[in-house]
Design a protein around this ligand. Structure first.
Ligand code: PMP
Ligand code: GLN
Length: 415
């Protein structure tokens, strides 16, 4: 194995997706939807496959299928308050994963520092490390009042301003933020984003903004804010989106990076000698989906506007069941995951040790013995900060009611 990958062998998705399948567990772990995507997506797939334009079966433009980058530009320009240049300010990739990879590898030099906010989507750390840079991590911390509460909110988890400021130095090349956040569901406030933005400007740092859950927020007073739209931030931000999340179809594996030409150019160079171009047919399908949504962007029927109402009832149902079985849920303001503190329920049975964290042990136990698959939260932290959160596991509620009901049935029997 190449040295740059040493120490990066473990991956929570590889382990826990397989474990769920092996034990035929009710899967409320991995973030994928187990029911139909929007009907129009299926109709556009059929129409695209049957399209007489046989060139749709061949390579398309390397940095993004023309019809798709135009559609992305048309949909996103109003949200970024500017006309996004489809050819120079958008890069289409094989999902948010490669968008992240291209960004880290396109921006980071050996020895640079990248600031990560814990909990972070787990791949950020290995991607930074394999680029030769050094991750510097700062954890969101629950407010003292929320720590022992039977139910708390993702907005109770906050950054210490001074600590954040102390992370920046002359080696800092970038910071990555994820709002709405996976796994905790925090939607960063304008004030929090303004503070991050001011530090980026003061220290001349790039911001990568992972916004794959951009359309999924639940509280009208805590709307998603794009950091790239704050004053002087467009020039130093790349924003990442995912068709898998946007159209509830994670198998699509299609994503995009949006940003100023000089930053997108770095991502293009990392992309061009890796995949060169993404599959044409899915790009054509997603272009048609975006064009369709563009015709109803301001109506409640638009999928981007209706998706939270599809999930909020599921969130509340799961939260209630978690409370009833003796766990302490952290109710998310966005995304489709909920964290739960299981310490009261599990007692002293599971303990962190040199081998393994308590939450990993509990998740393995639930999956193997109770056929309930969830995800351990310490997987979203660096080794130094894991212990402080080893009492939490993550549930995904983007599941059909039948799946949630089965999960709730198992939770009831745990008590
Ligand atoms: N970022 C976050 C925060 C995620 O939760 C995910 C998982 N969907 C990704 C990136 C990767 O998305 P994709 O499946 O489009 O590669
Ligand atoms: N983003 C999804 C999650 O957090 C899936 C990640 C994965 O399977 N690699 O569950």
């Amino acid at each position: 194995l190449a040295k740059r990958f040493l120490g990066l062998e473990k991956n929570i998705w590889i382990e826990f997706a397989a474990l769920a399948v092996e034990h035929k567990a009710v899967n409320v772990g991995q973030g994928f939807i187990d029911y139909e995507p929007p009907q129009y997506l299926i109709d556009f797939w059929k129409a695209t496959v049957n399209d007489p334009n046989i060139l749709l079966h061949q390579y398309t433009r390397g940095f993004g299928h023309r019809r798709l980058v135009e559609a992305i530009s048309n949909v996103y320009s109003p949200f970024f308050n500017r006309k996004i240049d489809p050819l120079n300010e958008i890069l289409v990739t094989g999902g948010a994963y490669p968008s992240l990879f291209n960004s880290f590898h396109g921006f980071l030099n050996h020895g640079d520092e990248a600031i990560l906010i814990e909990p972070f989507f787990d791949c950020y750390e290995p991607m930074v490390r394999s680029s030769g840079a050094v991750p510097r991590c700062i954890a969101l911390k629950p407010t003292p009042a929320s720590i022992d509460a039977d139910i708390s909110s993702s907005s109770d988890w906050v950054l210490d301003k001074d600590e954040l400021e102390s992370m920046f130095n002359s080696r800092t090349r970038l910071i990555i933020i994820n709002t709405p956040n996976n796994p905790i569901g925090k939607v960063f406030t304008r004030e929090e984003l303004e503070h991050i933005a001011s530090l980026c400007q003061k220290h001349n740092v790039i911001c990568i903004s992972d916004e794959v859950y951009e359309w999924i927020t639940y509280d009208p007073t805590k709307k998603h804010i794009r950091i790239a739209t704050l004053p002087n931030m467009w020039e130093r931000t790349v924003t990442i989106g995912s068709a898998g999340k946007t159209f509830s179809s994670t198998g699509l594996k299609l994503g995009w990076t949006i940003g100023p030409k000089h930053l997108i150019r770095c991502c293009q160079i990392a992309h061009q000698d890796c995949v060169y171009t993404c599959p044409t047919l899915p790009q054509e399908v997603i272009a048609r989906c975006f064009e369709y949504e563009l015709t109803r962007l301001n109506s409640p029927e638009c999928y981007f506007n209706s998706i939270p109402s599809e999930f909020i009832g599921k969130r509340d149902k799961l939260v209630q069941a978690l409370k009833e079985c003796g766990m302490k849920p952290v109710v998310p303001d966005g995304g489709y995951f909920v964290l739960a503190d299981f310490s009261q329920l599990a007692g002293d049975q599971f303990q962190s040790d040199a081998e393994d964290m308590k939450d990993f042990k509990f998740v393995r136990y639930l999956t193997k013995e109770k056929q309930l698959a969830t995800i351990p939260v310490t997987g979203f932290y660096t080794a130094e900060h894991r212990r402080s959160v080893d009492k939490y596991i993550r549930f995904c509620f983007a599941k059909k009611d039948e799946t949630l009901d089965k999960a709730i049935e198992i939770l009831r029997k745990l008590k």
